[in-house]
Design a protein around this ligand. Structure first.
Ligand code: ATP
Ligand code: MG
Length: 366
């Protein structure tokens, strides 16, 4: 461990050198000796010592107590007074300046070292407590933001359910049959999106608490992916052209089917969602002896470069999503599922031109 760095503030040079010798003998490093209050503040600012040993009576505009106040409040460096002044008025000013310690001259080495160590320990504890407090505040702020996103994503389908149910209740059979069917379909779609959102939130919670189950079993990745593309062709309502590519041969390996479902579906869902109407989306499976590559490509809105690093963090959404709905959970879930398989995911994207997500998974046939 590097030695503790101290700044000595003492205007009597003989005392200062004597002090330096004692402290160096005790294993401390003396970064400088200042002889006025102003010099003390300046040196503390420049040299950032771990602690300042401060004489009270100093020549110049500010004395040791005023200099300590500046050093402790502005630079957050603990100060221990080292002085021969012990009159009542001085003691009251000293107490009001909340020092980390007070040693009366003439000092002895053991008392000096103990006072310094107690001051440093107290300062470390206070700094840690402050950092924890700031972390809690930042965490609370983050949670409030996440809650706002989730509430928004719940409110939209809930309003759709209310409006359709209300219309069916009021007008029922007066509505033409196709309108009734349309309302029922909208209720079903909204309920489905609510249940997917709930599933994502629970999944993320299980991931955070390390309770996500992982059950690899043999699967033909090529035909599994082809089926998912089929489902998306049907559900995306011809909004996108969906293509599937592979060399046509089965690609058997051991993967967790449920987790693979989340990976493929989140990537396809994004490719469709962030594409303009009529855009092309493709999923390519390349089966190698040791690895399997999945590539999902679209010609959609693209991802701004500043978002690429945070893309896999829960609740992160890029600035160009506009009104496109989403909670920012899909990729965080996909990434964690890929991590559990020991795989990798990467992304390449050009704003306004499109995005390619590439997943590499290890192949094991055992
Ligand atoms: P959901 O939780 O419903 O999936 P989401 O789609 O916003 O919501 P993610 O799938 O985690 O969340 O994606 C995070 C962000 O990454 C998106 O909000 C979007 O900004 C960006 N993104 C992901 N995939 C694409 C893509 N193919 N094209 C453009 N942007 C994308
Ligand atoms: Mg998504």
């Amino acid at each position: 461990m590097p030695p503790t760095r101290l700044l000595i503030v003492e205007d009597e040079h003989l005392i200062a050198y004597d002090l330096r010798e004692s402290l160096e003998r005790l294993g401390y490093e003396i970064v400088a000796i200042a002889d006025t209050g102003i010099d003390a503040v300046r040196q503390a600012e420049q040299l950032r010592p771990d602690l300042v040993l401060m004489d009270i009576r100093l020549p110049g505009e500010i004395d040791g107590i005023d200099a300590s106040a500046q050093i402790q409040t502005q630079l957050h460096i603990p100060v221990v007074y080292l002085t021969a002044n012990a009159d009542q008025a001085t003691l009251e000013r000293v107490a009001a300046s909340h020092p980390y310690g007070y040693v009366l001259k003439p000092f002895n080495d053991r008392i000096l070292a103990t006072t310094i160590e107690i001051a440093l320990a107290r300062h470390r504890a206070e700094t840690a407590a402050e950092a924890a407090q700031q972390l809690t505040e930042a965490e609370m702020q983050r949670r409030a933001e996440h809650l706002a996103v989730v509430s928004h994503e719940i409110r939209t389908p809930l309003m759709a359910i209310r409006a359709c149910a209300d219309s069916l209740q009021r007008y029922g059979n007066l509505l033409p049959p196709d309108k009734q069917q349309q309302h029922l379909q909208q209720i079903q779609t909204a309920a489905e999106s609510l249940s997917l959102l709930l599933e994502d939130i629970l999944l993320l919670e299980r991931m955070h608490s390390d309770h996500l189950e992982f059950f690899p079993a043999p699967i033909d990745v090529a035909s599994f992916c082809e089926e998912q593309v089929e489902v998306w062709r049907y559900t995306s309502d011809h909004q996108c052209e969906l293509a599937f590519f592979s060399d046509g041969a089965p690609c058997i390996t051991r993967l967790d089917h449920k987790l693979l479902w989340h990976v493929v579906n989140n990537l396809l869902s994004n490719a469709v969602k962030y594409s303009p109407e009529g855009g092309c989306v493709s999923l390519t499976v390349s089966c190698q002896p040791d690895t399997i590559g999945l590539q999902v490509k679209d010609e959609g809105i693209g991802i701004p470069p500043e978002s690429l690093l945070q893309l896999f963090e829960p609740f992160h959404r890029a600035s160009n999503v506009g009104e496109i709905p989403g909670t920012g959970l899909g990729l965080a879930i996909a990434k964690r599922c890929i991590d559990l398989h020991g795989g990798q995911i990467s992304v390449e994207s050009t704003l306004g031109e499109g995005t390619v997500f590439t997943v590499q998974l290890n192949r094991s046939e055992g």
